[in-house]
Design a protein around this ligand. Structure first.
Ligand code: MCN
Length: 785
């Protein structure tokens, strides 16, 4: 056997990330590192206007420029598309789904809408030539603000639809929600604007497409969804899936923005076919600001009805949700991902949620880390504090009073949470926090009247992830399934390949999935190679998003190990001449019950399976199994977070002093990777609270077009996070819940609650997002004047 010695349990240990050996040395293989012989470079010419009629595109000068191979307008390429780019989530029967092609031909509908492409021998030559493309634009009235886009006379994004309303979607527990609100002692209604966020993965998007002589196509792309992209190829380009291979090599982050199928992917394939040369496109950072989807952009009105003792009796949410100018892959469904958790970790019997999808002349929105759940949690947790203040109850006690206590728990929204212990997370948080000490210091600073005041804010949350049961997805009109697949293949000499259908882009699957397999087989983590992100290698899969990889893909992997162990058991029983039932399997070794010295390792069984000299009659050689898992429920992580801030009341400058997070993600597979996920997620939530805003003017001109105006925080702006976990076992064989989005979902309300708490003695009750120094200062001045 070449495999290393059998190990003790590795699930639950912080095995170092296998990925980092190459990534940290700069030896990753990202799309832009790949060049095929004869590669040519594509540049997309984009509309500088939010809305403009395209009266003509003159490509003569570009075509004549040095090194240019071809240049095309939207009209030139119109025949390439057998259909528009797909939106997979028509959330209602009467949803309006405007056609969306890789290049606009007649009208540009947002700044960044592609109108032409230039292909040249180098990227620099293509960029130079793109500047020579003359587009005869006729600017038209446009609208960038969702709260004004539904008004009579507002400029229409798609005139033939006659409205900017994309859909109205409702979820109600009963007809009695209004009656419960009417019967309440206290009703609190608050309005919240959650601005756009612009995902900024370290690696921008990139594509390299190669078309072969027999119609086969290979596409290397920085995507989260190679499998989904492959099965859209027949729809947009008429290329059968069997002719398409999609490879997502190393992918440098996505945060949901690469859970999409993009114009440049179809353009690169179409041009590779036309030109007979590999076509490469690499997004520039400035392009990323307009050409990759945005997140959030909602206006909520949230109502809590409660009794005097603090018991909440109803929640009602009405929200406008920006779609942007077109529907991308899952744009309309993003609000729905939060639709079931507007009661959060609380037991609230009456429930009503309404979303209105709105078109504006802006970059399309779609999934951004948390997708729908940060929006829901923000309005819920902010209103929780507003209600606490209205009732004169401590915000922590109000949360406790309303926590769900027994599991499984079916929420008024209709879904069932399998497990949790919300008190345990909050208790642990309070142990770590020293709330009394913080309150004492707050009182002292208030008494002294000094400029720098402190505040503490809480966010107790739960979330719905692990997308998800295919039947439920079908019932809410999501076009594809929520299952995932894994194949495990023992090599003859005992190492293992685990082929998975998920497609990581920073989450460490090569490590954690190897841990799952190593643990089951009692082999070393380094004996397990996890293969992913190539549709030729991993034929089946539904990819990575919605914190689903471990709870769906990881469970498929678990079931595949069970099948492999079952076959190995038959082989060992045959070789040791005992019945399969008489074998025990522990730590990689089968032993005969009652005769502990009669043993055979699973690796020896693998060798026997491959040599095939002595297998049970009729058994196929080899030791390999595939499992496809469709979960019966979503995954329900939860937790309690707190932020402590210091606000300079003279300048509005806000410093985060501490951030404490206690999460329940079920059984941990790799605690260090979980911590990393929480750190990254929390950072993105803090960014939404204090720094990042994709701002448009009323016409849809993007005002934050670079990192100088769109402030992505760095480590320098953040404290060291304090994290811990509580564990309740999820209802799946590994007992695991998702973790990839928890921090982003929890953090923004904790931070804003803390800033408001710091200023509450002055009379500040709310702050716009993000709470920049100017906005904090203005809020203070408003209450002082
Ligand atoms: N894990 C674990 N034990 C648990 C739960 C998870 O060890 N109880 C591990 C998993 O095995 C996996 C990682 O934590 O290695 C994240 O697992 P999971 O919650 O299943 O999430 P996914 O792998 O499906 O990742 C998706 C999620 C999402 S939706 C976004 S957005 C996101 C995120 O992950 N984008 C990321 N984390 C990111 N991290 C990086 N570096 N870059 C991104 O773009």
């Amino acid at each position: 056997m070449t495999a290393t010695e059998t190990t003790a349990r590795v699930i639950g240990t912080s095995v170092k990330r296998k990925e980092d050996a190459s990534l940290l040395r700069g030896r990753g293989t990202f799309v832009d590192n790949l060049t095929l012989p004869g590669t040519v470079y594509m540049v997309v010419v984009r509309s500088p206007y939010p809305r403009a009629r395209i009266n003509g595109v003159n490509l003569d000068a570009a075509r004549a420029a040095k090194g240019v191979i071809a240049a095309f307008s939207g009209v030139d390429l119109a025949d390439e598309w057998v259909g528009g780019m797909p939106c997979a989530w028509p959330v209602t029967e009467d949803i309006k789904m405007p056609p969306h092609y890789p290049l606009a031909s007649a009208e540009a509908r947002y700044q960044g809408d592609g109108v032409a492409v230039v292909v040249a021998e180098s990227r620099a030559l293509a960029k130079d030539a793109a500047e020579l493309v003359e587009v005869d634009y006729e600017p038209l009235p446009s609208i960038g603000d969702i709260s004004k886009a539904l008004a009579d006379g507002a400029p229409l994004v798609h005139e033939d639809l006659g409205t900017n309303e994309c859909y109205v979607w409702k979820l109600e527990s009963s007809d009695d929600v209004q009656a419960a609100i009417d019967a309440a002692d206290v009703v609190v209604t608050r309005r919240y604007v959650q601005p756009r966020l612009i995902p900024n993965a370290i690696e921008p998007r990139g594509v390299l497409a190669q078309a072969g002589p027999a119609g086969e196509v290979t596409l290397w792309t920085a995507t989260q969804v190679p499998h989904i992209l492959r099965f859209t190829m027949p729809l947009v380009l008429g290329i059968p899936e069997s002719k398409v291979r999609v490879i997502a090599p190393d992918v440098g982050g996505g945060f949901g923005s690469k859970l999409d199928v993009y114009a440049e992917e179809y353009l690169a394939v179409a041009l590779a076919k036309r030109l007979g040369r590999p076509v490469k496109w690499t997004e520039e950072r400035a392009e990323n600001f307009v050409a990759t989807i945005h997140g959030r952009d909602t206006v909520h009105e949230l109502t809590f009805a409660a009794m005097k003792d603090g018991k909440i009796t109803a929640v009602k949410s009405e929200a406008l949700c920006a779609m942007g100018a077109y529907l991308q892959l899952v744009t309309p469904g993003i609000p729905l991902l939060g639709a079931w958790i507007y009661s959060g970790p609380y037991e609230i019997p009456n429930y009503s949620v309404t979303f209105t999808g709105v078109f504006t002349h802006t970059t399309p929105t779609d999934a951004y880390r948390g997708a729908g759940r940060p929006e829901a949690t923000y309005v819920l947790e902010r209103t929780m504090d507003a209600l606490a203040s209205e009732l004169g109850i401590d915000p922590v006690e109000l949360r406790r009073k309303n926590f769900v206590r027994e599991f499984p728990h079916t929420m008024a929204s209709g879904l069932t949470i399998d497990s949790g212990d919300y008190h345990a997370s909050l208790d642990r948080l309070l142990e770590m926090l020293d709330l009394d000490g913080i309150r004492a210091e707050q009182a002292a600073r208030r008494a002294s009247g000094e400029a720098k005041q402190i505040g503490v804010g809480f966010s107790t949350y739960n979330e719905m992830c692990g997308l998800a049961p295919s039947r439920i997805l079908g019932a809410i009109r999501y076009a594809v399934g929520g299952w995932d697949a894994a194949t495990i293949r023992f090599q003859p000499l005992g190492s293992v390949q685990a082929v998975v259908g998920t497609s990581p882009h920073g989450q460490g699957h090569a490590t954690t999935f190897a841990q799952v397999v190593a643990d089951r087989f009692g082999v070393g983590v380094d004996d397990v190679e996890v293969l992913h992100g190539d549709t030729a290698v991993s034929q089946q899969g539904m990819d990575t998003y919605g914190s689903r990889s471990l709870t769906v893909g990881g469970i498929a992997l678990f079931h595949a190990t069970e099948k492999v162990i079952a076959k190995a058991r038959q082989i060992v029983a045959h070789q040791l001449e005992v019945s399969a039932e008489d074998l025990e399997f522990e730590n990689g070794t089968f032993s005969v019950k009652g005769s502990p010295d009669r043993t055979m390792t699973i690796q020896a069984a693998a060798f026997a399976a491959h040599s095939a000299h002595n297998l049970p009659d009729g058994m196929e050689p080899g030791l390999e199994a595939t499992a496809v898992f469709d979960p019966p429920n979503f995954s329900w992580p939860a937790g309690a977070h707190a932020a402590v801030v210091e606000v300079d009341t003279e300048t509005g400058d806000t410093r985060l002093l501490r951030y404490v997070a206690v999460d329940d993600v079920g059984n941990p597979v790799n605690p260090q990777i979980i911590d990393g996920q929480v750190h990254g997620g929390v950072t993105q939530g803090i960014a939404a609270a204090l720094f990042e805003e994709g701002a448009y003017d009323e016409e849809g001109n993007l005002l934050t077009t670079t990192m100088a105006t769109y402030l992505v925080p760095s480590a320098a702006e953040l404290p060291s996070f304090e994290t811990d976990r509580t564990e309740t076992t999820a209802d799946n064989p590994l007992g695991v819940k998702g973790v990839g989005e928890t921090g982003t979902i929890a953090a923004a309300p904790a931070v804003i609650n803390a800033v408001v708490d710091a200023l509450s003695h002055l009379g500040v009750t709310d702050l716009p997002l993000p709470a920049t120094p100017e906005r904090v200062w203005t809020a203070i001045e408003e209450v002082r004047s």
